[in-house]
Design a protein around this ligand. Structure first.
Ligand SMILES: [Zn+2]
Length: 156
């Protein structure tokens, strides 16, 4: 057995000893929390990256059927989101920022929170289902529902 083999074996048993000790000390639930936190962080990074790609590479991505399908889904959800936000705004005499979701008076031209241009009366998106369903659902809730503290739905 060479000197190198000895070194490797010693390092290995040292690492195993450390691993055993850590295993005794670290609570399993803490590991689970760490794993969940890392998973959430990964999901967040994917989301940011996905949004960036969606906004920057639409023309390139639309050539890919899978990507095009996902983008169509997002576009439809965004149309629903805009319809719901407009409906909420109409009920409250407020306009919702399409970027950050903050409310502003209908007289405002720009969002007071993020400075995005506000569209008090966005073009209705022609669509069979989505917005109409959302509008009917909103009307079904009745006028006495308190919507003021409910932010626009964030689609993950
Ligand atoms: Zn804003």
């Amino acid at each position: 057995m060479s000197i190198l083999d000895d070194v490797v074996i010693n390092a290995k048993s040292a690492a195993e000893a450390v691993g055993r000790k850590a295993g005794q000390l670290v609570d399993v639930s803490k590991l689970r929390i760490s794993a969940a936190e890392i998973n959430a962080e990964i999901a967040k990074r994917y989301e940011v990256l996905g949004q960036y790609v969606y906004e920057c590479s639409r023309s390139t991505l639309s050539a890919d059927p899978e990507a095009a399908g996902q983008m169509t889904e997002i576009d439809e959800l965004k149309a629903q989101q805009a319809a719901i936000a407009k409906e909420l705004g109409d009920k409250q005499n407020k306009v919702f920022c399409p970027v950050c979701g903050k409310q502003s008076p209908t007289s405002a031209t720009f969002c007071s929170a993020c400075g995005a241009k506000l569209m008090p009366d966005p073009e209705p998106v022609p669509q069979e289902a989505g917005p109409d369903d959302a509008r009917e659902a909103a009307e079904a809730d009745g006028p006495d529902v308190q919507n003021s503290d409910i932010p626009p739905r964030q689609f993950p």
